[in-house]
Ligand binder design. Sequence first.
Ligand code: SAM
Length: 246
Amino acid sequence: MEFSHKPVMLYECLEGLNINPEGIYLDGTAGGAGHSSEIAKRLTTGRLISLDRDPDAVAVATERLKDYNATVVNCNYSEMDMALSDLGIDKVNGILMDLGVSSYQLDNAARGFSYHYDAALDMRMSKTGLSAKDVVNEYSYADLSKIIFEYGEEKFARNIANNIVKAREKYTIETTLELAEIIRNSVPQKFRREKNPCKKTFQAIRMEVNGELTHLSEGLDKAFDALEIGGRLCVITFHSLEDRLV
Ligand SMILES: C[S@@+](CC[C@H](N)C(=O)[O-])C[C@H]1O[C@@H](n2cnc3c(N)ncnc32)[C@H](O)[C@@H]1O
């Protein structure tokens, strides 16, 4: 499985960051190093620090950035203050955050993010801690329906949560396709045709598993603290919950 080479909104990010070739930049979401490589290329005496919580992304980004003055760190962007202080850096000139999951994470069946492939329910970007299987099998009806409603903005959240609870009375929900089947059967027929009925619930469970909004909120605060006066912050968001926070 290859990491995609096409960084999203590259031109806008480079323009927004207004890169000083002698400056220090932080990419909070290295992924396949698409944006990171383009930033690194524009530096002369400057330096790039790229973070990712996913060890697979860190391995790929480290390889792709090896010819530049770049350091890749396996950590959450909500801990960028510690990553910077470990490197002896006080302030940076620009920060980029390209939120959400990478296409590599989504398309790699084994990571358990996708309702298109059968895999163990996992969805952990960092490959540690609470998994999607834990959330689906252990959270109360009330918590599941709240998460699916709030993070997925799913109007059938209560139905879906109810059917998850009923299903797990009979068996442990182990796989992405078992969960997808429960969701499909919880959504009225006419809504199933519009778009994939699993999208919102999978997004919601992924956001819970990875604590995405909590980390984003902390990451934004830390980013403001880490920026030099006149520094730039660019954030690429993918859905309205991220938009509102940013
Ligand atoms: C959309 S991809 C970034 C793609 C990257 N800009 C590129 O051009 O290849 C998002 C990446 O951010 C990472 N990520 C998401 N939330 C994170 C967080 N709180 N801290 C650190 N990395 C995070 C994911 O593991 C994923 O690799």
